[in-house]
Design a protein around this ligand. Structure first.
Ligand code: F6R
Length: 375
């Protein structure tokens, strides 16, 4: 039920602090002997020890979650990881490599391309005798009683509850959390991070729920107001770098699928290699600028857009550098690795309010279905 919300999508955006609480309760377990937290996934972790590389298969929003996951698995856990569109993987899979973990990510558990790609991978690996090539599988899904649930026995149930809006919001958020959990597990197993560093990341996850509440509270009204000014635009560019590049892609996908406004996400550094030609005062640029490794770079990319008269919206904390934005959607300053979990909320709210302001059927956008069971 929608409770007092006008649309399911808005309710589901507001569910996210609870989604985080559920995830923390289900998967973060305190070890009573040493007071340290552990990620508790419902399968044997010895299984991870021989893994040397990871391939992740997904579509749409789930692919964006997988890209954040891949960043974490490589940069935090030190495991070479590739992400594939399921529809591409199934017809042009990469050459087989040994000791590979295959992760399928699908909220519905029913996406035809994802199921077929996993199926193909299971078959081609099973046909080889050498044990190094055997299929090692994990599925990240919101529906363990689903096609992917029958295909794969190691399931990470994202526990997001039913999502009615066609545009994925809280399931994306819960998929992200599942990848943070995996990255922590792998970092522990591979000894790639000190217990201290791991502890810091876990603490940031624990601190999330009130920060998320606060973000919703701050941005619901302001994004409604922003939507009022922007509901008639034709094109929007989203920029991000590093771990926030997939968040730029996801921000653009949310906006186009429910508002029918053309939107594209780019890694900010690629702007000058083409997309910058699109910019003028009619094309707003939404730039995700989280303090960390690439902050200065993102700000200087935003400067380039400003020089072309684009209206600049920043998703960033208020700090040195962010005064460049014409409009700042303030997010709390955090560890850069955690920032996607904060940055996505204002982007979801902004898309929602633009679509709602245009009077569109936000929960049932044209031409789209909640689960895509045909190729
Ligand atoms: C976007 C959206 C789609 C799905 C995609 C994959 O909001 O909902 O892009 O993410 O169809 O769906 P699942 O995760 O069910 O495999």
């Amino acid at each position: 039920d929608k409770m007092n919300f006008k649309h399911y999508m808005l309710k589901e955006i507001y569910d996210q602090p609870q989604t985080a609480k559920n995830w923390l309760e289900n998967y973060l377990i305190k070890n009573l002997d040493n007071g340290q937290y552990q990620i508790k996934y419902p399968f044997d972790t010895e299984f991870f020890e021989s893994i040397e590389r990871i391939e992740i298969i997904a579509c749409g929003t789930s692919k964006h979650a997988a890209m954040v996951g891949s960043f974490l698995l490589e940069q935090f856990s030190g495991i070479p990881t590739n992400v594939f569109y399921a529809s591409e993987f199934r017809y042009s899979p990469p050459p087989l490599l040994p000791n590979t973990l295959t992760i399928g990510v699908t909220q519905s558990g029913e996406t035809a391309d994802t199921i077929a790609a996993i199926d193909m991978e299971i078959k081609r690996r099973s046909s080889i005798e050498d044990k190094k090539f055997k299929p090692n599988l994990i599925a990240i899904t919101n529906r363990k009683e689903s096609s992917i649930g029958r295909q794969v026995s190691n399931i990470i149930d994202i526990c997001a509850g039913i999502e009615v809006g066609v545009a994925a919001t809280k399931t994306f958020f819960a998929q992200l959390l599942s990848f943070y959990g995996l990255a922590i597990k792998f970092a522990q197993i591979k000894g790639n991070q000190s217990p201290d560093e791991i502890g810091k990341l876990i603490n940031e996850l624990i601190k999330l729920p009130p920060l998320l509440e606060d973000l919703l509270h701050k941005h619901n009204k302001s994004s409604e107001k922003l939507a009022h000014d922007f509901f008639n635009i034709k094109d929007v560019i989203f920029l991000g770098r590093g771990i926030n590049y997939p968040i730029a892609l996801e921000g653009a996908l949310k906006l186009k699928e429910i508002s029918y406004i053309h939107a594209a996400g780019y890694p900010a550094g690629e702007m000058k290699h083409g997309p910058i030609a699109l910019l003028d005062k009619k094309v707003p640029v939404i730039s995700i600028a989280s303090p960390g490794e690439v902050f200065d770079k993102v700000i200087s990319n935003a400067q380039e857009a400003k020089a072309r008269d684009s209206y600049l919206i920043g998703i960033a904390p208020e700090c040195n550098g962010t005064e460049i934005f014409d409009y700042l959607m303030k997010v709390p300053s955090s560890n850069e690795l955690i920032s996607p979990l904060l940055n996505i909320l204002p982007l979801q709210l902004l898309s929602y309010h633009i679509a709602a302001h245009r009077g569109l059927d936000v929960d049932q956008p044209r031409n789209l279905a909640k689960s895509v069971t045909v190729e």
